[in-house]
Design a protein. Sequence first.
Length: 626
Amino acid sequence: MRQLTGILLLLTALSAAATTALPPPEPIVHFITRQGDRLYDGDREYRFVSVNMPDALQIISNYRFDGETAEIRLRVPDEFEQRDAARTVRQMGGRVLRTFMITARQGAHPAVMFDVSKYPVVPNESALLAVDRLLQISREEGVRLLIPLIAYRSALRGDPDTYGPDFWMVGTEANLKFKSMIAQVLGRTNPLTGILYRDDPTIFGWQTGNELVIGTDPVRRHWLHDIAAYIKQHAPNQLHIDGRNKPNDIYDLYSEFADSPHIDAVSYHTYVNLPQADTPAGTLRLIQDQVRGKLPVIVTEIAMYTSPQALRALLDEVVAGGTVGAQWWGVRFHNRDGGFYKHSDRASQFEDLNWPGFSATHLDLPEIASERELLGILHDYAARISGLPPVPVTVPAAPRLLPVPDPGHISWQGAAGASSYALERASAPGGPWTRLADEVCDHLITYSTLFCDPTAGTGTDWYYRVIARNAAGDSEPSNIYGPVHTDRHWLVDDLFDGSRLDPTSNNLQFKRAYAHDAYLEDVALAQRRDPTQPGRLAYRVSGTLRSFSLTAFETHTPLKFHYRIKDGQRSELQARSIVYQEGRRTRYEFNATVYLPAGVLEIELPAQAPVGQAVGRVELSWSTDR
């Protein structure tokens, strides 16, 4: 009850603060500077509560169903996506966006910034454009960037092993390659702004790395002193943050670094606590007390599994204890192909957040309310710690409708801050417009089209548009797309429940979660209730069957398909199967080449299949019986 009351109060407060225009961004004029354990923007103390945007420089969460390897996940974010990321942080009041690292690989890759197979390392202009553009957009939105330079472990994005052996030994080839990358990045002239990276106050600071482990190893401790001096030599006006992770890598080990003239702050992540403290808030207090008066502390990652209660306790300690800033891990922005990028850290079972949080009262999915509450807490404390007024809810910008191939597959690029969308249809581009749906959310359908118009009929040309909505009101309509010719009816079932199934379906259960570890990022799935018996999804087809397709997981034992017509005749259908990961997942596709009258399509999950076999999304089309 307390959680529900808190959410209702938050929504009431946001509604009361709703307005039509987003306040102008805070101008970025000064470099952030340090005095003791405090940071300043000019003569004003600078503090923040914000978020990580791990895909802001390189997208790794493009989890398309047809991606055979991890490589398909990689791509460079475009201008729409980066604008959405920066504007999200601005709407949250976050002030500082932490990206992930400057990417590197042994060999060239279109989505990786540096080829480090040789010395000096070779830049990739198409990937570095993402940094150029994010700097330009962030400056316009009044958001600063905190950029780590390397990951401790990430073969996909680049880590010490990527640069070569003896990375931690000063003067080795791997060490010199890393320094070559740093010198090229800090000395780069942004072609979009004409500003050298090292001269751009939009950069809050450079972080030595993400979750580096230094410990008591004298080689690594020497490396840190050396690389910190190197960074400060090349970017003397920007902050350098020591990118630690575990608190026991800081507590009782940090006195020599706290006195370093080349380190401006130390970071801590909340994934584990000190033995002397049983909470992130208590751990932070102990670390903060050890460097108080000497060096600022930044919590650069608040663990994604932190509960609302623990988050409030941690942020209370941040605000009261003098910690400079704290950043939630993580938030994912809108996808240029429609919807949001979704990402769980696989085994963690906790999903990164999508702003601003959404309503889905018809779903038994507790993560929806929790997400909304967590985002509300971050928004609230961002204002508390900065001393600035809370950023009000404002009418969202107009979304952009993407090309519509048919009424069954409608998607749009969402608007930052929109909590739902309205879909409209007309028979002419000038209207009149018919409202098809009022409260369509774009966060639950992952890497697929967002809306199906089941009422479009056949033999008609239609025009579509979409409107973004939130507590402040409705956006201007999107662009209009059409004419869209309709030659068939469509049914799209994302299996949040069994409402679209025929009653002859049996032995099914519907699983819903933000983070389905073994099923990419699919939010809803159908599985057998009793795994020792076959399960059946049945769909009534009201005309001539034209096609069906579906996605399925754990398909080492293939699914079976039958079609049953009114006289009881039942025949097996042979669907084309496209298999990925040696049967871990399969896309089934069927296009009718013979006349199949009105009937029932049956999709069977065999009793012999693995317990985890599941169906994700089902699409059917049919036309009027001849």
